[in-house]
Design a protein around this ligand. Structure first.
Ligand SMILES: Cc1cc2nc3c(=O)[nH]c(=O)nc-3n(C[C@H](O)[C@H](O)[C@H](O)COP(=O)(O)OP(=O)(O)OC[C@H]3O[C@@H](n4cnc5c(N)ncnc54)[C@H](O)[C@@H]3O)c2cc1C
Ligand SMILES: *[C@@H]1O[C@H](CO)[C@@H](O)[C@H](O)[C@H]1NC(C)=O
Ligand SMILES: *[C@@H]1O[C@H](CO)[C@@H](O)[C@H](O)[C@H]1NC(C)=O
Ligand SMILES: *[C@@H]1O[C@H](CO)[C@@H](O)[C@H](O)[C@H]1NC(C)=O
Length: 454
């Protein structure tokens, strides 16, 4: 491809920025990144106080990519301020309340241990809850643990997600990437030319930006911008933040990352700068649909709304109670939703859009893409340039063959193993109730950035 062609990348999350940096360093001379807000985008999926960095995967391709990424997180000066090395613990319960327990947990643990062994990586078994508490004495609770199984990997950690995105953005700026953000960066539609190609993107301020090539890295918003034929669905996931005292931050600093595969619950060590302990659920989530397309609210906001469904709050508190029961009564200072763009298999989509030859789509993070920040730009750029090995091109293709399948069949619940590799747990996906939807939209609307009145 001619490196003087103009390339517009819509979306300044992990996928968009890492692609922009790789292409700029590869010599492409006209790259513009557009977004609704300057990155780190307040409600973008790549922005938060933390994301888990691990290469424990039940799939050898992501395990290998994850290990390459981990090596860079752990050793490159580019990530020294944002990466924190911490063991990652995986637990599951072989039997439990039928509606809450996913059968995927044991399966994930078995496959992952085998893959780690095959890669020559160390992992450590946890035979029972006592072994868990002996190795990690900061776990003050006693998980019920009937049928407990688990292991941990010391080669893992977490990244301050917003901070690492800031660093990536600044490297893009130094490499000559242009940014258009705010209302002139907020794309509302694609302008089609007579030959089926796209000539420009139209923006919410009435403007248009032309380019030779377009890359949509629009995360959970993608299906609201281009037809997707059931190949992706946006789901909202729950997150809670507990306010800690400075003494508690110190006392809990050696807390590992803990996943409970039976419920999807996971937790991080304290985040020193904010004094928050963050917990979340890697689950099947909620949809917010309009004309059968689920999408996060689209207007640019200053921060995420302080809202999750009440039943989700109870799940987060129950998970917290298993490991740090003394914090349950305090509850969450704030909660929020964070959006996954799911694919039926949990694989990314790095491919040309079937309808437009100069529109490439880089999405389908499916709740696990952040960790690949140091390496993913190369894979996306190679897919864009048609240089991926055939097996990866096949894995990350844009499927149109899901069109005739029901979304529920493709994505929902433990039985369908929706969105993934078996690392999910918790109740099946559902649409927000009318009441939840009203509350979310009302709170979100109050946070919309509006030009000041004169
Ligand atoms: C709660 C939660 C926990 C997670 N935990 C982990 C974890 O521990 N480890 C891990 O590896 N991954 C994790 N993930 C997944 C990871 O964060 C995502 O897979 C990844 O951030 C997706 O990146 P992205 O670039 O596709 O999306 P985003 O970061 O959302 O970027 C898309 C961007 O496109 C912009 N955009 C959308 N539409 C338009 C438009 N029309 N015009 C202009 N701009 C537009 C948006 O503003 C946004 O900034 C988690 C995700 C969530 C939600
Ligand atoms: C827990 O597992 C350890 C081995 O890791 C074993 O020595 C111990 O006896 C077990 N404890 C119980 C209560 O089963
Ligand atoms: C995981 O969740 C199950 C079901 O709620 C629970 O019984 C078990 O104790 C939990 N394990 C841990 C380590 O929190
Ligand atoms: C939404 O999907 C349902 C079930 O597949 C279908 O009956 C309905 O017509 C669709 N509605 C719209 C607006 O596309």
């Amino acid at each position: 491809m001619d490196k003087t062609q103009s390339i517009v990348i819509v979306g300044a999350g992990v996928f968009g920025l890492s692609t922009a940096l790789y292409l700029a360093e590869d010599g492409f001379s006209s790259i513009t990144v557009m977004d609704r807000s300057m990155p780190p985008v307040p409600d973008g999926s790549s922005n938060d106080i933390s994301r888990v960095i691990r290469f424990d995967y039940g799939d050898p391709v992501y395990a290998k990519m994850g290990r390459d990424a981990y090596e860079l997180w752990n050793t490159s000066p580019d990530y020294a301020d944002s990466f924190h090395r911490t063991p990652c613990v995986w637990t599951a319960q072989q039997s439990g309340p039928a509606d809450l327990v996913s059968a995927g947990g044991s399966d994930f643990i078995r496959k992952t241990k085998k893959i780690l062994t095959d890669m020559g990586c160390e992992w450590h078994n946890l035979d029972n809850v006592t072994a868990l508490k002996d190795r990690f004495p900061t776990v003050s609770g006693t998980p019920i643990g009937a049928g407990f199984e688990g292991f941990y990997n010391n080669a893992a950690g977490w990244a301050d997600a917003g901070l690492a995105i800031t660093g990536l953005r600044d490297r893009c700026i130094r490499a000559g990437v242009s940014f258009v953000t705010g209302r002139h960066g907020h794309v509302t539609s694609l302008e089609k030319g007579s030959d089926g190609g796209v000539t420009a993107v139209r923006t919410i301020d009435g403007g248009r930006i032309t380019a030779d090539q377009f890359i949509l890295a629009t995360g959970a918003w993608t299906a609201s911008l281009v037809p997707s034929w059931n190949t992706m669905v946006a789901t909202a996931q729950i997150v809670g933040f507990v306010r800690l005292t400075p003494e508690e931050v110190k006392r809990l600093k050696d807390l590992p990352i803990i996943f409970n595969l039976s419920t999807g619950f996971f937790s991080f060590p304290p985040h020193e700068q904010t004094g928050y302990l963050k917990v979340a659920c890697h689950s099947f989530g909620y949809t917010l649909s309009s004309s059968n397309v689920s999408s996060p609210p689209s207007e640019a906001i200053s921060q995420r709304a302080n809202f999750i469904p009440e039943e989700g709050r109870q799940r987060l508190l129950a998970g917290l109670g298993e490991i740090l029961p003394e914090l349950v009564a305090r509850g969450f200072e704030k909660t929020c939703l964070c959006w996954y763009n799911e694919t039926p298999t949990g694989d990314f989509i790095f491919d040309r859009h079937p309808e437009h030859k100069n529109v490439f789509v880089a999405t389908g993070g499916t709740g696990h893409a952040y960790k690949f920040l140091p390496v993913i730009g190369e894979y996306i750029a190679k897919a864009f340039l048609g240089q991926l090995p055939a097996d990866l091109a096949e894995r990350w293709k844009f499927h149109t063959d899901y069109r005739s399948r029901a979304q529920d069949d493709l994505f929902t619940g433990a039985s369908a193993r929706g969105g993934g590799d078996g690392s999910r747990g918790g109740p099946g996906r559902r649409e927000f109730t009318a009441q939840e939807r009203d509350r979310l939209l009302t709170l979100t609307n109050a946070l919309v950035r509006r030009p000041a009145k004169i």
